[in-house]
Design a protein around this ligand. Structure first.
Ligand code: PA5
Length: 431
């Protein structure tokens, strides 16, 4: 199992504070499990790892196979909750190489995410990068009318139809949307696209274990059975009481820290493959908790790179920050530090040591420094970067988010604030 260590934060909180929050956590858990808390109509994600549509799951895997057979590139179109889980999962299991060697390599299958911004340059670059390669499209939008993905879909649908003709293009478009309503559902039915469902009781940011995340991940060749197994094991493990429940402990600790004025949580990682996990996590916690004038501000850093940019602030700036470190215990690759004859940089004392050893020591040293600097530290340890542990991690964060939102006293499942920018944008565009 993934594990959680809050002992380094004990310097900042007392055992009385942990004891005091225990009944509140138990109440929050009861409200959640009995569907009697805020937003009960949005709790489908709680049972997803075991209670899902088996027939649709089979279709997802079959569609993934078909996509790989018919194309070299899958263009995923979606934004927010309709994109971040898939992107996070893909980068975690199959990180983009530092050099773009994948594209252009024969037989390599690429997944690219679009509709996540309104940049002409970005979308033109994707079109150029696809070039002559065969491609399919997975358009993901519960509403079917979100501006960014709707525009991107128009663009890639047009490209597909120009390349293959309308009828063949329809066999390359896979729509993940509401089961009955919305613009995309109407279009998909009319044009004959294969469709997958965003369940009514699962909000975008909790949807990674539905077709929203599963189809792009399966198409990329990621073992979605293992992913769901990990989530199912987490679902069982995270029903236990606080003392034995890493997920509840994380929710409890972050709320204790918030009550002590630690209003910013920085999710830190030492492995670039975790970068988009942090992006997904920021949406999950930001949209779930940032309301009614409340909420911890979720931020993220990728170390050691950001130690050279954000390190100063974290060490020495306003003392309103706590840090949660995502640690991967065992890397997949081993690299050793080479010996240099002249030892000009003075690093020969590390010669023969693994790079991961150095990375772990950097993490340890940083944690000690941050604690000395007044930054409480929590650590989530993932044994290995595999789909199984990823499933656990997704569920860990989702359930902790729900408990944390209840502890905070908000409805973690709505997002009334997201509409404000849209209203202005539509007015300015003359809608
Ligand atoms: O979590 C959310 O609700 C949002 O991020 C939505 O997922 C996002 O706005 C995309 O919405 P839709 O799937 O309707 O296009």
């Amino acid at each position: 199992m993934i594990s959680f260590d809050y002992t380094p934060a004990l310097k900042f909180i007392s055992s009385e504070e942990i004891a005091a929050i225990e009944p509140q956590v138990a109440t929050a858990a009861k409200l959640l499990e009995s569907h009697t808390g805020a937003g009960p109509e949005w709790l489908g994600w709680l049972d997803l790892p075991t209670k899902y549509d088996r027939a649709e799951y089979k279709r997802i895997k079959a569609a993934a196979k078909r996509i790989r057979k018919q194309s070299e590139v899958l263009v995923v179109v979606g934004i927010g909750g309709s994109y971040l889980g898939g992107k996070a999962g893909l980068e975690f299991c199959m990180p983009t190489p530092a050099l773009p060697i994948r594209g252009g390599r024969k037989k390599h299958f690429d997944v690219v995410f679009t509709g996540t911004n309104l940049s002409a340059d970005y979308h033109a670059q994707v079109i150029e990068a696809i070039g002559e390669r065969d491609f399919s499209v997975n358009v993901i939008s519960k509403s079917g009318t979100t501006t960014e993905p709707a525009i991107a879909f128009r663009i890639f649908k047009q490209k597909l139809e120009e390349k293959y003709g309308k009828a063949s293009a329809a066999h390359r478009i896979y729509a993940t949307t509401d089961k009955a309503r919305g613009a995309l559902k109407i279009l998909a039915d009319r044009e004959g696209y294969e469709t997958f469902v965003v369940p009514d009781d699962v909000g975008g940011r909790f949807s990674v274990l539905t077709a929203v995340g599963l189809l792009p991940l399966a198409a990329a060749g990621i073992d979605v059975d293992a992913l769901l197994r990990g989530a199912a094991d987490a679902r069982l493990a995270y029903k236990k009481p606080l003392a034995e429940n890493a997920c509840y402990q994380y929710a409890a600790l972050r709320n204790i820290l918030r009550n002590k004025g630690k209003e910013i949580e920085i999710l830190a990682n030492y492995e670039p493959r975790c970068h988009y996990i942090a992006e997904w996590w920021k949406q999950l916690y930001g949209e779930s908790e940032g309301k009614d004038g409340k909420g911890i501000f979720p931020a993220s850093v990728s170390f050691t790179a950001d130690l050279h940019s954000m390190g100063q602030y974290i060490q020495d700036g306003r003392r309103i920050v706590f840090e949660t470190v995502l640690e991967i215990e065992r890397p997949q690759m081993e690299l050793l530090v080479p010996k240099a004859e002249d030892d000009l940089d003075g690093l020969n004392y590390l010669a023969g040591k693994s790079l991961d050893y150095v990375n772990k020591k950097a993490a340890e040293g940083t944690r000690m420094a941050h604690i000395d600097g007044g930054v409480p530290n929590l650590t989530i340890s993932i044994p290995e970067a595999t789909p199984y542990y990823l499933g656990q991690l997704f569920f860990f964060f989702e359930k902790a988010c729900a408990i944390s939102g209840y502890l905070l006293g908000v409805n973690p499942f709505d997002q009334p604030g997201v509409e404000a920018y849209k209203k202005n944008m539509f007015r300015l565009l003359g809608k």
